[in-house]
Design a protein around this ligand. Structure first.
Ligand SMILES: [Zn+2]
Length: 409
């Protein structure tokens, strides 16, 4: 995974270039830019494309025609034109039959989805595992689900590849899972095993980093350049950072392990060996315990928190919000984001304690007096990791649409 971002560079029209090589490069670059815009906005008019790219109308017409020829886009009327007055303007849509298979691995489930170009989740199948899956068990579950979809896939879709969201550290260069503590995986050859089982190109990445990218491209943080994203699940807290429009990756792609930030030196020991990490203090299992809910009921967390008047629950919520605000204040000071996005159960905490959280974060963030950072709940909810994982699989196609097609045929 390289530049998976919503930001586009300044575009250049073909007039300024010299020689055919640079002309080809320019055309490839512009074609990529236009396909990205269509994909990430699920359809654009030619006028919008002209305006947003700064390219001239005839260049946009050529590029759109090429994308249509390649089978990656089509032109049509928007669905709501019936209600509008006057001549509807045609829009360019991504072809949703160009699809990726997205996989989300968690400690209690393996979820597989078909995601079309344009980011729509066409089909989603969740397989609840009886225990934390081993690598072979996870691969077998994914294979069984994909085999079950095979008929539909072969009839209607062209699969570009498979993107896998993993709750752990994934080496960017080869998709090897260095460590996934909650799955109990160490140095796991996930990509190799999945390639053998599925016979599609496989890409893997950290789930929270992919969540940040998905919220940035399709969700509440669309168009923002600086985002701190935190996802809280049954397996802990993961983080993802978008800085100056790009996903922050670090040397090996491991950046963003925000769940292991120290928030309580008198806290409990974390599986990472240290004391009082954010994910041991702000913890879904503790909340569920207080609410007398099981992990299977976690979808009811919002309602349960909203109606509970039990002082033990309210105390625990306050305690967790306060530790969360310690961590968020640090992240705001470090990264100066436009927006903090909270996913999973952290979104539920935000819903019941928004005021306490934003108050405390804005008081302890330097340089923020009078300009509190906006803290928002992730909007893609259960689709989030799947849309992010699909983005990994779409990357090569978006980077070089014509070249990708040549290599496929
Ligand atoms: Zn830790």
């Amino acid at each position: 995974m390289r530049e998976l971002t919503s930001r586009t560079l300044g575009n250049v029209d073909s007039h300024g270039s010299r020689g055919s090589t640079s002309n080809d490069q320019l055309r490839r670059y512009n074609l990529s830019t236009v396909l990205r815009m269509i994909h990430h906005s699920s359809g654009c008019s030619r006028a919008e494309l002209t305006h947003r790219t700064g390219l001239n109308r005839s260049t946009i017409s050529d590029l759109v025609a090429e994308l249509v020829d390649l089978g990656l886009a089509f032109e049509g009327e928007p669905e709501d034109t019936v209600k509008r007055v006057g001549r509807p303007s045609l829009r360019v849509f991504p072809n949703p039959s160009i699809a990726a298979i997205a996989v989300n691995l968690d400690i209690d489930a393996v979820t597989v989805a078909l995601v079309g170009l344009g980011g729509e989740v066409i089909r989603r199948i969740r397989f609840d595992t009886v225990r934390v899956p081993t690598l072979p068990e996870a691969v077998n579950a994914v294979k069984a689900i994909v085999d079950g979809m095979r008929g539909e896939i072969e009839e209607k879709y062209t699969i570009i590849g498979v993107g896998v969201a993993v709750p752990g550290l994934v080496r960017e260069a080869d998709g090897r899972v260095l460590i996934a503590p909650h799955l109990g995986w160490k140095d796991a050859g996930l990509v190799g095993a999945m390639t053998k089982a599925l016979h599609y190109p496989i890409y893997a990445g950290n789930d929270a980093s992919l969540g940040a990218i998905a919220e940035n491209l399709f969700g509440v943080a669309r168009g923002q350049s600086n985002i701190v994203y935190l996802h809280g699940g049954p397996g802990g807290i993961g983080g993802g950072l978008i800085i100056d429009g790009s996903a922050l990756r670090g040397t090996n792609g491991y950046a963003g392990e925000l769940g292991h930030t120290l928030v309580n030196s008198a806290g409990v020991r974390c599986h990472c060996g240290r004391i009082g990490c954010l994910e041991t203090e702000v913890n879904l299992m503790r909340l569920l315990e207080r609410l007398r809910l099981s992990r299977a009921d976690q979808d009811d967390l919002d309602i349960a928190l909203g109606v509970s008047r039990d002082p033990r629950v309210l105390d625990e919520v306050k305690r967790q919000i306060d530790f969360l605000s310690v961590a968020l204040s640090n992240f705001v000071n470090m990264f100066d984001p436009e927006m903090v996005v909270l996913g999973g159960f952290l979104g539920s905490l935000l819903s019941v304690g928004r005021e306490r959280l934003s108050e405390s974060v804005s008081v302890s963030s330097m340089g923020r007096s009078g300009h509190p950072v906006s803290i928002e709940r992730a909007t893609l909810s259960s689709k989030l990791m799947l849309v992010g994982a699909a983005e990994l699989a779409f990357y090569q196609l978006l980077e070089d649409p014509a070249g990708f097609n040549r290599r496929q045929t």
